[in-house]
Design a protein around this ligand. Structure first.
Ligand code: ARG
Length: 278
């Protein structure tokens, strides 16, 4: 077990301020229309998250929020970007479908090559880069066929993982990338969120992974953002934060409880733009 984190590398993130955030429909078990949302509080929590990234030296770009698209704050779902190549999102539910073209347009307007997805996939919510491979979730949102499409778009191996608990409907709610360093990739995950076969795949590929417990998972504690040294996480994921510190990472707790009402946390709000390695 490694107890030294690989070290921070500067990151480039795309985010969307939750100006129009609310819970007006229910497409995951966390969302309850009758539970009030506090949009100004969501904005404050989101700004704090953005400020933490800026203080860590990361570059933040912003996409304009659009009225009537309350989930647009969950930017991670907007696309997957690897080596400067953009694989667009194609959302499962009609309520979010307009977001795919909006995010793709943002990238096209900023000079990126985009691949328009033919298959249903919810961006980085279900596709996480670890070293030189992608781990991809299916079962609730993204189609397995999208994994093959992404593999062709990026030219990196894509490993499919089956999600089985509706609370952990996106891969980034059940598995976190602590280090995407090709020489020292590290993840954390919550095994019960995965099928038996996928648990076996994860054990083989990542025998040293940090294992989250039920409380970590229930706080959406796996929805973390790591730059290889600093791990931004939900305050209630105490066991996970301690385990991550034992591996040599520095943890930064950021309260995203207002955004949890929509079923998201820090990672959901953060779309990583990975430029080509030069
Ligand atoms: N309400 C959103 C949905 O159900 C939450 C998305 C969270 N994003 C994420 N990357 N897990 O689609």
């Amino acid at each position: 077990m490694s107890t030294t984190a690989p070290g921070a590398t500067p990151r480039h993130y795309l985010m969307c301020e939750p100006t129009y955030y609310t819970v007006s429909y229910e497409i995951n078990p966390w969302m309850h229309r009758e539970q009030a949302t506090d949009t100004p509080r969501a904005v404050d929590q989101w700004r704090r998250l953005r400020d933490v990234f800026v203080d860590l030296g990361h570059t933040i770009d912003l996409i304009d929020p659009v009225p009537g698209l309350p989930d647009m704050v969950y930017a991670a779902n907007g696309a997957t970007v690897v080596d400067g190549i953009v694989y667009s999102a194609k959302f499962r539910y009609p309520q979010r479908q307009p977001e795919g073209p909006l995010y793709e347009k943002w990238f096209a307007d900023h000079g990126y090559v985009t691949h328009t997805a033919q298959r249903v996939n919810e961006g980085e919510g279900d596709m996480l880069v670890v070293g030189t491979v992608l781990l991809a979730g299916t079962g609730f949102r993204s189609e397995r066929a999208a994994h093959a499409e992404a593999q062709e778009a990026f030219g990196h191996p894509v490993i499919s993982l089956e999600l089985v608990d509706p609370h952990y409907y996106h891969l980034d709610t059940a598995l976190a990338v602590l280090s995407s360093s090709p020489s020292d990739p590290q993840i954390a995950y919550y095994p019960p969120a995965f099928s038996a076969g996928s648990q076996s795949v994860l054990r083989q590929l990542f025998p040293d992974a940090v294992i989250a417990n039920g409380e970590d998972a229930a706080a959406l504690g796996l929805n973390i953002v790591s730059d290889g040294q600093h791990v931004v996480h939900a305050p209630d994921a105490r066991h996970l934060a301690a385990a991550v510190r034992e591996r040599g990472y520095e943890t930064i707790a950021v309260d995203t409880t207002e955004l949890l009402k929509g079923g998201g946390g820090a990672k959901c709000c953060t779309l990583e733009i990975r430029e080509p390695l030069s």
